[in-house]
Design a protein around this ligand. Structure first.
Ligand SMILES: Nc1ccn([C@@H]2O[C@H](COP(=O)(O)OP(=O)(O)OC[C@H](O)CO)[C@@H](O)[C@H]2O)c(=O)n1
Length: 346
């Protein structure tokens, strides 16, 4: 009876999956050799996730692929294009559109130009124009990838249902990965990294304590222009009384992840999110162990467990059911079930 009542108030559902890191190679381990990585099997796990989404009574309205779709080892194996095609062929069986974001492993395999011209650029699925808004001037304000920077890609947003918005962000807009070495953003990022990490290997956290261990080359951050872009969309969403979920590969709250996996300028992006009543959730990948935290501004920080470190007999994907007052994560395998209530005072 309770389930039937819940179905009545259901707005829509969507699927989530993170860190597939497919490669046609033998199993390996993470860097600290504490977790096995199942490179081939990750494709089977993706296949069964897609099968389940296809079988669901209420078809997910969209799927979020949270980055690191193929592993960096494909680059050494000279199989980046092929591996990506294999995974994209699987996603073609999705019952609904797939939104992709970019993680560090995308940049181990491809540069930004290649990514922008690949199946991993799903920006065409975004609403250039904001929902419920007749003012076409707003479109150019809110869709401003910098025309002077051919590699600029802050992200995009879409509204799958009235009063709900999803904003996909590139958490590597500041990064030493994927950018040309003579670009402004590369130079700024390298300087930021080196001033916080004195190791020769910039992926090594040796000597870095606590949150300082985030200053690693496989992480990145948000540029000022990108945060201004995000701020404008969120202002629109506040005024329109929307509920917004922001998505990025890197987590942004220290209590939702291992500090080695958090965005470099997580504090700045948190200030942006906290300045807006519309933000209800931030969904990330990257930390394969997953995490969750409800912050003191009522924002749910959900870090999804990675497929790549999921044993063959388990799963790592979920379906999120969205209601007016909450979202329910129906996790499978390593991903727990969670109820994410929206803050009533927002
Ligand atoms: N202490 C370390 C850790 C890593 N590296 C090197 O950095 C590159 C990326 O590491 P990797 O573990 O593959 O990155 P993932 O995105 O798959 O995982 C992120 C979190 O750890 C998951 O929870 C790679 O080249 C490593 O060799 C390093 O040098 N020193």
């Amino acid at each position: 009876m309770e389930t039937e009542a819940a179905e009545v108030n259901l707005c829509f559902t969507f699927g989530v999956i993170a860190d597939i890191q497919y490669a046609d190679t033998e199993n390996g381990f993470n860097y600290s050799r504490t977790r096995e990585r199942y490179y081939r099997n990750s494709l089977h796990l993706l296949r069964s996730a897609l099968h389940e989404w296809n079988e669901e009574v209420i078809t997910p309205r969209f799927i979020l692929q949270l980055g690191d779709i193929i592993d960096g080892c494909n680059s050494q194996l000279k199989s980046s294009d092929h591996a990506l095609q294999v995974v994209i062929n699987e996603f073609a069986k999705s019952p609904s559109p797939v939104h992709h974001i970019w993680g560090n492993h995308e940049f181990y395999n491809f540069n930004r130009e290649q990514l922008l011209n690949s199946a991993l650029n799903s920006k065409h699925l975004g609403n250039g124009k904001l929902f419920d808004n007749g003012d076409s001037n707003i479109k150019s304000d809110l869709d401003p990838d910098d025309p002077n920077d051919p590699d600029a890609f802050y992200g995009y947003h879409f509204s799958p249902f009235p009063k709900f918005r999803f904003i996909l962000t590139d958490t590597y807009d500041l990064s030493v990965l994927g950018r040309k070495k003579d670009s402004k953003k590369y130079c700024y990022s390298l300087q930021k990294l080196k001033s916080n990490n004195r190791n020769e290997n910039l992926n090594s956290p040796k000597g870095l304590d606590g949150l300082n261990s985030r200053f690693l080359a496989f992480n990145g951050g948000f540029s000022q222009e990108q945060m201004e872009w995000l701020n404008k969309i969120l202002t629109f969403s506040d005024n329109n009384q929307e509920k917004v979920t922001v998505i990025g590969h890197l987590p942004v709250h220290p209590y939702s992840t291992d500090p080695m996996c958090i965005a470099w300028n997580y504090d700045e992006i948190l200030s942006v999110l906290h300045a807006h009543t519309s933000v209800v959730c931030f969904i990330a990948g990257h930390d394969h162990d997953g995490g969750y935290y409800l912050d003191d501004h009522g924002i749910h920080h959900l870090t999804l467990e990675g497929v790549i470190e999921t044993p063959p007999e388990s799963h790592a994907f979920g379906t999120i059911r969205v209601y007016e007052d909450r979202m329910i994560l129906k996790g499978r395998g390593r991903i727990s079930e969670r109820v994410l209530h929206f803050d009533k005072h927002k």
